[in-house]
Each structure stands twice: as C-alpha cells, then as structure tokens.
Design a protein around this ligand. Structure first.
Ligand code: NOJ
Length: 677
C-alpha cells in the first residue's frame, strides 16, 4: 500500500506475498450474488473476490457501452455507441467516458465492460447499435476518447470483443474466417488504438472463433498480436462463458475467466500440478491483473460498498447534460427538402406526432438497444412531452396518434400543418435482424401519413441502417439512433432548429438487403449452418466496398446535412519530419451557426491493392455564420501503410497518394497529392 512506489514494484511485492492458491483465486470470477449474499436487487454482472489479508480489493464488473447497465438503477441511459460515433467528437466522447466511469464507481463498480469496438461488417448484426460503425479509424479514436474518460476515475475500462465479433447468429460457435491482412487493417486497429493510445486496462476476448480457434485460447491473437505487437500489459478477460479450455487458454494468454471458473479454478490448479501450465504463466496472469489494479488506482481509491451504493441515484445533472449533448450532436439530418426543417410554422400551426417511439406505451425499447448494453433510464423525456412543450412556446399545438392504425394516423396528419412520424428497429444482443426493413407495418404507416400530409418528417430511432422505400415521398428524414433518456429534449431541439444538426453517419445506409458487402449466405450468416462466416469481401468492408463496386448507397459513410452550408478551400499538404500536415480552410457560408465534420481520406496508389479511399483523419468544428477556420490534420506514416503478411509489418508502398478532404466519403471538396518513396 506504499503509494510512493510504481505500480510494477507494488505488484512485485504483492505477488511475493501471495500463495499459488491466492493467485489462482484472482484468475476467475464467482457468482456475485452468492458471494455477497444478495437475494434481490441490483448486482454486478461479474465479481472476483478480494483478499483483505493482502489488502487486495474485489473486482466488481458491470456493463457497459451506453451507461451503467445490467440490473443497476439510478444511472444515466446515454445514447447508444453508434450514436456516440456519429458525433465525430472526441472531446464529448471523453466527457461521456468520464461520466460513465464516475457513475460506475459511485455504484461500487471498478471495472466497466466498455467500449465495444467490433467493426460493423454486417448491418443486420443484432449488436450493430453497440459499437462505433464500419470504419477502423473512427472506431479507434472514439474508443480512445471514451477509455481516457473512464480511466480518469479509479476504474478499469474493458475494450471488447477481441476479435472479429461481427454477428449474433451462432455467436458462440461461428468461426470468422478472415485473411491476415484484412484482420490487421480492418478488425484489429481499434483494439490497437485502445491499447497504445488509450492505455486501456482490460481487453475482453470474444465469443466465437477466429480462423477455427476460439478467441479466448487464440495464441496468435492473444499473444502474438495483443501482447507482442501491441505491447498490451493489462488484463485479458473472457467474455461471459467464452472460455472453453484450461491449458490452451492459460497458455494462449487469457488471464481471467468470467463469469465463473469452469475451466480455471480447480482445473487450473491441476494443470499447474501436472506441469501443463507453469507457475511462471500463473505469475504472469496474476501480475497483469494486479499491476493494472495498482496503475488505475483500484487499491488506493476503492468504490463505496454495494450496500450503500445499490439504491443511490448517481445520474447527476452534469451527466444528463452530457447525455443530451450526445443525443443532439449525434442526430443526422439525412434529407431535408426545400426547408421542411427546421420547423418555423408560426402561431396557430399544429404538429401531428405519430408512432410508438414518440412516447406511447413503454418507451424504453426505443432509447437503447437490448441486451447487456441496455441501461434502465432515470426520468426519460419522450418526444411527445418535449415537442408539446416546445410547440407551446411557439404558440403551436401538438396532436398525436400512436400509429398502430395507419388510417387513423393519416387522418390526424391530414389536419395538421406538419406530421412527424417516429419509426424504430429492434436490435438486440443474441440475434441478428433478418432484414434491414422496418418492422410491423411501419413503412405502410409512413406512406399513408405522407400521402395525407406532404410535409411529413420521419424520425428514425434505429441502431443502424434501415431501408426507406418511402424516402422520396417525405419532406425530411432524421436519424436519431437510440438516443438515451434525453431523447425528447434532443429531437425537439433539432426539429425546431434550437440546435443545428451535425451528426455524420458512421456507417453506410444501403438501398436494399441485397446491396451490402456481405450479401451471400457464406459470408453471413455463414456456411454449414453459420459455422463458418467467410470474410471473402476482404478489405472491402462498408464504404470501401461501395466505392470499389461503384454502387451508390442510400446514404454514404460520413454523410449528414446541416441547416447551414460550408465551403472548403486552400488545401496544403506538406511534410514535417516523419509526419504529413494537411491544412485547409472551412467556411460557414450560410446564415446559421453550426458544426461541420471535415473528413480526410487517403487514396493509395493502385499497386498497394487498397480500397479506393480510407478515413485517416477528421476534425469537427463549430463556426458562426460567415466565419472560417484553418484546419490542420496530422498524418503519420501509418496513415499510408499497408499490412504486409509476409513480414508481419506495416509498410508504405512507394507511389503517389491522393489526399481527399470533404464533407462525406462521397462529397470530396479538395484534392491534394503526396509522393511516398
Ligand atoms: C456478454 C456480452 O457479449 C458482453 O459484451 C458483456 O460484457 C457480458 N455478456 C457481460 O454482460
């Protein structure tokens, strides 16, 4: 407990005082309720008992990516991670992480099971909402910001699920069969960023297999990549029930088996006795855990015990403000015909608010995705409540229909000045969507309302892409994702123009179920009854595929409209030592303040064999009308490098690289060049 010593030195002293039994006890979870004698009420989702004689605190583990979830109450339901990524705002994401970590700690939790950085390979993935979309760079930077925020508290963040956890169909047993280059260029970089840049404390290995080996006993992934290439010194923990062996897992690099020790515990003790797992290996496993606990302050700043924390309301006004800002900044304006939005109707006008997610019945399914990332909201504000209040301020009224009867809803819409229809999809851990179409007659509802009132606005509460057969019939479309508990406040601010929309798609929206990169059954859900998912699309994931195939999506990656306009000019590309600086000017040419997300893509020389363009930098900037700003984005050699599987190294192919700067992946405004020798 000498805080003057470095974490490694403290770990060494502690390990010297620990018996083999003490160490083995640290390598497996136990049933939290049983260990703590809890018969009802909220309880952590994972628990590793402490050892008071050794001053070793318990590990109390809990989800997750959209706030402190599982069974906990009195915490803030933040927008889903796909929304967090849509802000392209690392500062705000860091504030979210900080709030999440603090709420967790106040609830007695010292390990948060977030963020999830699995790449959105398949938009039907039931957990699409739970991660940061289809681009490795955006996912990595969003994760780094969140981890930095979480770990400002004495709390360990856990980046998950390592690796290539891309679908829910047959999720325990599907093998993701992916080539080495694609693995390194698409699926691993967010984990690498979390480790090297974010200094994440823990990595969770995934359900399922990668190239025919279970993730939690995958030596190439856990040792060669994670420990050796990335230099990860922290905790490798299994997903819940993702450990499938004793000797192979321990020797491959797994430290902690969760939630209980079926394969560790006594089985691991026998493996040590037989010599199949060495005592040095056990020491290494225990060292990873205690060093991380020392480094992140778990010994020195323990959280309050469950008894005092379990019923506390820790959702502070500051946290709710972060939830609101995330919801506002993440909302993407997809379509806006001739000024349908912002609403500027004038006193006496009426707004028809339609659809279940507006606030009819149980609204909790529409503010967050289901499964371990779900958070029980405290005081959710529905769109119906917030729009009614905001309309009243403008002298306008709200009429409503729950949307269960499209004809009745259309009749309400026909007499209103405008109609706002809320639609949703149902994403859930444990099962994939079978189609990207909206469920349960929602297309018909939108079409009938749009026929009755040409000024129809569709608000989507979805965790990812959906199909929009009605898109040409409506005036505006707004993607609000799963917006968390400040749902209503955020959408009212966007629709009325109190906040100028600035979210950008972190994922391509396709035109049909068939026009997606993984469109054959062998790719998804996989051949032999989803035993083998063949990643034959290789590097062509998300926009990389649409660009390569020259297929126009419904809405492209990086896309999002504003109530103002921005111009781009004066691109300069120059070297500063080993780095490359890209500078340009962005100007707000419209009449409203707003934020732009300037995006930088690199187009490699053809011989490199890379997709047509890849995101390597971005900058979100807020500009008042007629103001401009000079943006600088710094690239490193890695921004230009490809993974060479023969040498297992990153290398830059000599040739001419194009630097593309613009407002979306399909709206490039400036082009420059850089020659690499
Ligand atoms: C399984 C999920 O895959 C993982 O993300 C989560 O952290 C654990 N369950 C614990 O809830």
């Amino acid at each position: 407990m000498n805080t003057a010593l470095q974490p490694a030195a403290r770990a060494t002293k502690l390990l010297a005082a620990m018996s083999l039994t003490d160490k083995l006890a640290l390598l497996t979870g136990v049933d939290p309720a049983g260990a703590l004698g809890v018969t009802d009420g909220p309880i952590y989702v994972g628990y590793v008992p402490g050892n008071p004689q050794l001053c070793l605190p318990a590990l109390t583990l809990n989800d997750g990516p959209a706030g402190v979830g599982d069974t906990q109450v009195g915490t803030t339901a933040f927008p889903a991670p796909i929304a967090q990524a849509a802000t392209w705002d690392p500062q705000l994401q860091q504030a979210f992480g900080q709030a999440l970590g603090l709420e967790a700690w106040q609830k007695g939790i010292n390990v948060v099971l977030a963020p999830d950085v699995n790449i959105a390979r398949v938009p039907e993935n039931g957990r699409n909402f739970e991660a940061f979309g289809e681009d490795p760079f955006l996912s990595g930077q969003t994760a780094v910001a969140e981890i930095e925020g979480i770990q400002q508290n004495p709390v360990i963040a856990t980046v998950k699920h390592f690796a290539v956890n891309s679908q829910e169909t047959n999720r325990y047993y599907v093998s993701s069969n992916v080539d080495d280059r694609t693995l390194h260029e698409i699926y691993l970089p967010p984990f690498e960023a979390a480790v090297r840049q974010g200094h994440v404390g823990a990595v969770m290995c995934a359900y399922g297999l990668v190239n025919a080996t279970f993730s939690c006993q995958n030596q190439p992934l856990l040792t060669t990549v994670l420990r050796q290439q990335f230099g990860f010194p922290g905790i490798v923990m299994s997903d819940w029930g993702a450990t499938w062996s004793t000797v192979a897992s321990a020797n491959a690099g797994l430290d902690l088996s969760m939630p209980v020790g079926t394969f560790f515990g006594p089985a691991l003790a026998s493996a040590v006795t037989s010599g199949a797992v060495s005592t040095q290996t056990i020491d290494g496993m225990a060292r990873s855990i205690v060093t991380t606990m020392f480094r992140l302050g778990l010994f020195d700043r323990p959280p309050p015990p469950r008894d005092s924390a379990v019923s506390a309301d820790v959702s502070s006004l500051a946290d709710q403000r972060v939830a609101l800002r995330l919801a506002e900044e993440s909302t993407v304006l997809l379509k806006n015909t001739s000024g349908t939005l912002p609403l500027n109707l004038g006193a006496g006008a009426s707004i028809a608010v339609i659809g279940a997610p507006a606030g009819f019945g149980d609204v909790t399914p529409y503010i967050g995705g289901r499964g371990s990332a779900f958070v029980n909201p405290t005081d959710p504000v529905t769109p119906l409540q917030a729009l009614t209040a905001r309309a009243a301020k403008a002298g306008e009224t709200v009429v409503s229909a729950d949307g269960s009867d499209p004809t009745a809803a259309a009749a309400v819409a026909a007499h209103a000045t405008v109609a706002v229809v809320f639609a949703y999809d149902h994403e859930q851990e444990g099962r994939d969507r079978t189609t990207l179409a909206l469920s349960a007659g929602q297309d018909q509802l939108i079409e009938q309302v749009a026929q009755a009132n040409p000024r129809t606005i569709v608000v989507l509460d979805t965790g990812g892409p959906v199909l929009m057969p009605w898109v040409d019939q409506v005036g505006a479309v707004v993607e609000a994702w799963y917006p968390g508990q400040r749902d209503g406040d955020a959408i009212a601010a966007i629709l009325f123009g109190d906040v100028n929309p600035s979210g950008r798609l972190p994922q391509t929206f396709p035109t049909s179920d068939a026009s997606v990169p993984a469109s054959t059954p062998d790719q998804w859900p996989g051949s032999n009854d989803a035993q083998d998912a063949e990643f034959t699309e290789g590097l062509q994931v998300g926009y990389r595929w649409y660009d390569r195939q020259k297929i126009a999506p419904l809405f492209p990656f990086g896309y999002g409209l504003s109530y103002t306009q921005f111009s781009y000019s004066h691109l300069r590309v120059f070297r500063t030592g080993s780095r490359v600086s890209v500078t340009f000017t962005v100007k707000n040419t419209g009449s409203r303040s707003g934020a732009e997300v300037a995006q930088l893509y690199v187009d490699d020389p053809i011989v490199a064999g890379e997709p047509p363009k890849q995101l390597e930098g971005y900058q979100r900037l807020f500009l008042r009308p007629r103001r401009s700003a000079r943006v600088t984005i710094t690239l490193t050699q890695r921004s230009f490098a490809d993974w060479n599987s023969a040498t297992s190294k990153w290398a830059v192919t000599p040739g001419l690289y194009r630097i593309l700067v613009g407002s979306s992946s399909r709206d490039i405004r400036l082009r420059g060049f850089l020659r690499q020798r």
